[in-house]
Write a protein that binds this ligand. Structure first.
Ligand code: LRH
Length: 498
């Protein structure tokens, strides 16, 4: 095969990175190598009108990271961008109308009952297939409508699409991320022909639900044309090239929802697996050929998000390592700005005997907003007549055990609701490096846990570009075989029988 390099811009809720991916070799001896060339902080900013992302800084950091990528890889052929879901910018005539909100902003609490008064929750589910989360784009847009801002807008761009727009001028909505807005019809699954693979007979690609938009007072004109992961968006504009430098790289739409890119890299080639994409959130579920839009799935909080190649990501959002990072942030503040030693905390947490600390419900929306997490966890435990951990390591243990329990519940629910038996659980993303979390998850599920790759999102971003450029070939199973060949994986066996 051909050799070549691509750059993945991967934006997370706490940090972003630019990674150069390179495919060497061909066929069964092909390997993919990742090289992180830039890493930067992403911290939301609270102003008088709420919690915002500093998107201009993110763009600048991404451009500087891409310049570093172009320097280390003169043969750079592709650039792909992914980020967390649901958040967006509104534009008019190409100008951003206001600073995008961060999804943890509280303004949507008032929007949810307004939206449900127009379209009941069960009808919404039948149309878009999404679990209820207060911050889903359509609730955020209702707050914009109420504020009069929607009247001004002629374009909505999700954040990865906004960055791609600033790089190329293209105005599109990549489908996997569009599926998290609540405005995309759930469809029947199957690919629109992305890369010519994964085509399912009789399938239809999901399209904007313009009728739903109209009923919610959202002008359909703001919804951009949809594209599938693997679509070329164009070369850098002259303006963007001033920042990135000399490169022939084309911007390529990837699974721009970070979770969609992460699931591309699950190292499984046989059916019968569940996944946990473990980062700020734990996204727990199975991959299906078709959406599962039953009343039971709705009540269980299961979502049908669009995957790469028309697969469905049937999953549930568990609160994730946010519980830990917010606790660390609070302890850092208490300690006058000294960063707590996470390694030491985790080692001490591993010494806490099983069952010695109480667990809380890691699914409770009480933990979604930013702010003093240890106090909120203690309040939850007290309200439920459970003992409050006495030390920081005990609280860390309680967080990880509670996460493992909530994830195990979601794994078994995903299997039951989809009718797909699960024999192994894959943990991908940063949390796969957390040995205690992985072991507790094996214990709680009663299933073997395979941990890795930790850079699943960047890797999935790289692989979809590499395939679009003809550097690798095949369906998701072929890409996953390449992941297996290129990664170091660790297996954790359950210590208790269920
Ligand atoms: C994970 C994630 C998740 C969404 C949330 C907003 O980063 O994209 O899939 O539910 O952020």
């Amino acid at each position: 095969g051909r050799s070549g390099a691509v750059a993945a811009v991967d934006l997370g809720a706490t940090s972003g990175r630019v990674v150069v991916g390179r495919v060497d070799g061909a066929g069964s001896s092909a390997r993919v190598h990742l090289d992180e060339v830039a890493r930067f902080e992403n911290r939301p900013v609270r102003t008088l009108d709420g919690l915002h992302w500093s998107v201009l800084e993110l763009y600048r950091d991404a451009v500087e990271g891409l310049a570093a990528a172009a320097r280390v890889a003169p043969d750079l052929a592709g650039i792909g961008i992914d980020s967390w879901a649901v958040d967006y910018a509104l534009l008019r005539g190409g100008r951003m109308l206001s600073t995008p909100y961060a999804y943890r902003d509280e303004r949507t609490a008032a929007a949810v009952p307004r939206v449900h008064a127009r379209v009941a929750a069960d009808e919404l589910y039948a149309r878009n297939g999404l679990q209820h989360l207060d911050f889903t784009t359509l609730f955020q847009l209702d707050a914009d409508r109420e504020a009069g801002v929607l009247d001004l807008a002629d374009r909505l761009l999700l954040l990865p699409d906004l960055l791609a727009h600033w790089l190329t001028g293209a105005e599109v909505a990549e489908r996997t991320n569009a599926s998290t807005t609540g405005l995309l019809g759930v469809g029947r699954g199957g690919a629109d022909g992305a890369g010519g693979v994964g085509e399912v007979a009789g399938s239809t690609a999901a399209d904007w639900d313009r009728d739903l938009a109209v009923r919610l007072g959202i002008p359909p004109r703001i919804l951009p044309p949809l594209v599938d992961a693997g679509t070329e968006l164009g070369a850098l504009t002259a303006t963007a090239a001033r920042g990135v430098g000399d490169t022939r790289a084309r911007v390529i739409a990837v699974g721009s929802h970070d979770t969609a890119s992460a699931i591309v890299s699950v190292p499984a080639t046989e059916p019968g697996f569940a996944y946990i994409s473990s980062g700020t959130w734990s996204l727990v579920g199975v991959e299906t050929e078709r959406p599962v839009v039953t009343e039971e799935a709705r009540r269980a909080g299961f979502t049908n998000e669009g995957g790469v190649d028309g697969r469905t990501r049937f999953l549930h959002n568990v609160m994730g390592l946010w519980l830990l990072t917010e606790s660390l942030r609070e302890w850092e503040r208490e300690d006058g700005g000294a960063r707590p030693d996470l390694g030491a905390l985790l080692a001490a947490a591993a010494e806490v005997p099983a069952g010695a600390v109480a667990e809380f419900d890691a699914d409770d929306p009480a933990f979604t907003a930013p702010g003093d997490m240890p106090v909120r966890i203690a309040a939850w435990l007290t309200a439920h007549d459970r003992p409050v951990p006495a030390t920081r390591p005990e609280l860390v243990r309680s967080i990880l055990a509670s996460l493992a329990t909530a994830s195990a519940r979601a794994v078994h629910e995903a299997a039951r609701l989809s009718g797909q038996p699960v024999r192994v659980v894959h943990i991908v993303g940063g949390g796969s490096r957390n040995a205690l979390l992985c072991q507790l998850t094996a214990d709680a599920t009663g299933l073997p846990v395979v941990a890795g790759p930790a850079e699943a999102t960047a890797l999935g971003n790289v692989l979809v570009q590499a395939r679009a450029l003809g550097l690798v070939h095949g369906d998701l199973e072929a890409l996953r075989a390449l992941v297996i060949a290129s990664s170091e994986l660790t297996t954790y066996r359950p210590r208790t029988t269920h």
